[in-house]
Write a protein that binds this ligand. Structure first.
Ligand code: ADP
Ligand code: MG
Length: 583
């Protein structure tokens, strides 16, 4: 077949280029909001119809454009934001390629209304298929309104790729959240098919989070702040006790630009090491600010990745910044953030409870403190989670059922009444005893009768080899076979054969992050496995009598982290009768 070379028409070139910038309605929402922010808007209203497929309209009160600018802003490479390449390097505005409006107008029908403060009269422009077919004077107030209608009306092939309204709306909401969190001093309104989904008044960051995610976030988030010469950090992290199994609210910004970074996500997660489990995801709203010269932002408008010059230090600083408030604010877990999923109440008990009693919980209660200190609730108490009870005097304890027990004890002259989850308590005790035994005697290793072959690919094999000494220190021994397989020949005592594949997969994931705490995490994962194995073999916790329960509690209170189970959920909940019964 004879091939012939065609020169593409300008129209087609524009449409192809538009595909890079505008993939879906959410991309339009993002570009238009960013333009409004750059135009100094204090109030931005977004109107969506049919998940943006029929209409995305944005109305702002920013500086607006005069007639001449309004006429040319839809042309390619028109921007008021950069003039030369040095500007590109130092740019602080949101979008800066002068491409968004040109792209949008090549794949949708656009109506622009705009007026500057100083102009008498505003401009109305209609543009379709990149062709302007209306340019009129209109009387409007200062600011800009851009309505983008019938997205991809002229590119049916792309229109076909749009997802269901529900999914497209989810993308719009994501963009809306990313930008409204980073710009809390701006008022935002989001209307979807004439329903107001969000109306966020100008406020501070904490209140913006609460506006978006509900007032329960008031207690759920802890502030973080750190200033170093490499990076300044501020924002909020979710209380680790609320961490979810599904990736929830994770917002990370660098110089106020939303980014995704699995590496830094790992830093936050790692700061909650021992409090949350591997499959739980912390929430966070974190703003890093760094010298723009030390980062490499991929300037493609849809890319959210970033490279740091000094990634490892930023990892460490972020991790320690997140660690601080966890030690400071999380004292004993209190009922309000444990009832839902972590501390399951057996169904039959739930049923027989006619009405939820009104319980006032002192979430600041801290059995470590003197009574007079308890009263001073406003100041966050600095508490070393690692400290032990100075002197434990258990007054009373009893089994409630197979899973739970109640106990009271005296610490520092005040009586504390507590609910205990026996299984989690026992696991915590086994975990800590194993940890001390192993760290004092070093890791004991057992040779396997039959080496175990593991299924790993060549690049993973290389990773494992690179960290051989760290893994062997913990008591594993392995070799690479001639046919490039991994063969485990020894494991730490307490690890069982069928744990190995799972453990090594975890190690590889861990090693891939390049995280500095690798050794600690390998030890931890190993000990958690040993704990589960020992727990399985121990006497059933369901049948302990009150005397045995007392010994469990004593051991638990002597642990370094007595209140938190090894999976990150509470094992003791403090219930303060004084407060509950309003005495
Ligand atoms: P960029 O944002 O990269 O400059 P755009 O195509 O998004 O490119 O916008 C082109 C130009 O149109 C902007 O530089 C700005 O001068 C003008 N503009 C766009 N939106 C607005 C707005 N909401 N208010 C005022 N001016 C705007
Ligand atoms: Mg722009």
């Amino acid at each position: 077949m004879k091939k012939s070379i065609n020169i593409l028409s300008k129209e087609v070139i524009n449409q192809i280029a538009a595909g890079e910038v505008i993939q879906r309605p959410a991309s339009i929402v993002k570009e238009l909001i960013e333009n409004s922010i750059d135009a100094g808007a204090k109030k931005i209203e977004i109107i969506i119809k049919d998940a943006g497929k029929t209409l995305v309209q944005l109305i702002d009160d920013g500086i607006g454009m005069n007639n001449q600018d309004a006429t040319i802003c839809f042309q390619k490479h028109t921007t008021s934001k950069i003039k030369n390449i040095t500007d590109v390097m130092s740019i602080s505005t949101m979008g800066f390629r002068g491409e968004a409006l040109a792209s949008i107008s090549s794949i949708a029908k656009v109506e622009l209304k705009t007026k500057r403060e100083e102009d008498e009269i505003g401009t109305l422009i209609h543009i379709e298929n990149s062709i302007m077919n209306k340019n009129l004077k209109v009387a409007i107030s200062k600011g800009t309104s851009i309505a983008v209608k019938n997205l991809f009306f002229n590119v049916p092939a792309r229109k076909k790729f749009l997802k269901s309204d529900r999914i497209e709306m989810k993308h719009i909401l994501e963009v809306f959240m990313q930008l409204s969190i980073a710009n809390c001093e701006i008022e935002f309104k989001l209307n979807d098919d004439s329903k107001t989904l969000h109306h966020l008044k100008a406020t501070n960051l904490k209140q913006r989070i609460i506006q978006l995610f509900g007032s329960r976030y008031n207690q759920k988030i802890l502030p973080i702040k750190e200033e170093t010469s490499i990076v300044s950090i501020n924002g909020f992290i979710g209380n680790p006790f609320d961490a979810k199994k599904t990736r929830g609210e994770q917002f990370l910004y660098v110089n106020n630009r939303f980014i995704k970074s699995s590496y830094l996500n790992h830093a936050v997660k790692n700061s909650m090491h021992n409090i949350i489990t591997n499959d739980q995801h912390p929430s966070y709203f974190i703003f890093l600010s760094v010298d723009p010269k030390t980062i490499d932002v991929n300037i493609h408008p849809n890319k959210t990745e970033i490279k740091f010059e000094d990634e490892k230090s930023i990892y460490q600083i972020l991790k320690s910044a997140c660690k601080k408030p966890i030690g400071m604010y999380n004292i004993t877990p209190s009922l309000d953030f444990t009832t839902e999923e972590s501390f399951e109440i057996p169904i039959d008990i739930q049923k027989s409870t006619p009405k939820e009693p009104k319980i006032k919980i002192n979430s600041d209660f801290n059995p470590f403190l003197e009574k007079n200190e308890q009263l001073n609730k406003k100041t966050p108490v600095s508490l070393n989670l690692d400290s032990k009870y100075p002197e434990i005097n258990i007054i009373n304890c009893m089994n409630i059922d197979e899973n739970y027990g109640l106990f009271t004890f005296i610490a520092n002259n005040s009586i504390s009444c507590n609910l205990i989850d026996k299984k989690r308590a026992l696991e915590r005790i086994i975990y800590e005893t194993t940890l001390t035994q192993l760290s004092s005697k070093k890791f004991l290793s057992q040779n396997l009768l039959y080496p175990i072959k593991l299924d790993v690919n060549i690049s993973d094999l290389q990773i494992i080899e690179n960290y051989r000494d760290k893994i062997e220190k913990v008591g594993y021994k392995f070799r690479t076979t001639s046919d490039k397989n991994l063969e485990i020949t020894s494991t730490p005592t307490g690890i069982e054969n069928n744990d190995i594949q799972d453990l090594f997969e975890c190690f590889i994931e861990e090693l891939k992050t390049g995280n500095i705490n690798i050794e600690q995490n390998i030890i931890d994962k190993t000990i958690i496995k040993i704990t589960h194995n020992k727990y399985r073999k121990s006497k059933s916790i369901n049948s302990v009598d009150n005397k045995e329960l007392k010994s469990i509690i004593t051991k638990l209170l002597n642990c370094k982290t007595p209140f938190i189970g090894i999976n990150g959920q509470p094992c003791v909940i403090n219930i303060e009768p004084n407060i509950i019964f309003n005495n």
